[in-house]
Ligand binder design. Sequence first.
Ligand SMILES: [Fe+2]
Length: 188
Amino acid sequence: MPLAALHDLYVEQLRYLHSAEDQLVKALPQMAEGAAAPELRASFERHARVTEQQAERLGLILGGLGVKVTGTKCKAMAALIAEARDVLDSATHPAVLDLALIAAALRIEHYEIVGYECIRTYAKRLGFKDAAALLAQTLEEEEEAEERLSLLAQSVILFEAEAARSSETRKRKASSGRTKEKSARKRS
Ligand SMILES: [Fe+2]
């Protein structure tokens, strides 16, 4: 579509974001299923439900402009989701899998945040106040999701560090126990 005016760009970006959300509605349940930590699974499941509403909001805005939502595919989101699927196939350790899934989801969130910041600005500039308010609501949800994922990443890392420390302490105790046994046997 030729982009001769800001309105054209606004419509095009709305359609790309609608395609992005639509792809995510299908991908997030798979990411939830693959997550090891129950908190991460719950977070993906919750965001899948929120994403459905975000897609509906975009459909509503496009419908108000008399534009069809079909016919545009967001290739960037398809690539980001493909990377998240690769993680599900390749990570074997549960904490590494969760951290990799969080990293993939954070990339997705950042992509969406930039997209919504742009179209909210265009909506304001074009005088579409209701649309700007709807887009601001979605932007807030994406920022919340980004924050929640970052906090989850920190807790997975802390849990892993704690687990590694406990296992190291257990190994050290077991090895010092064996040394004491050996010296006791030598003495007897
Ligand atoms: Fe979204």
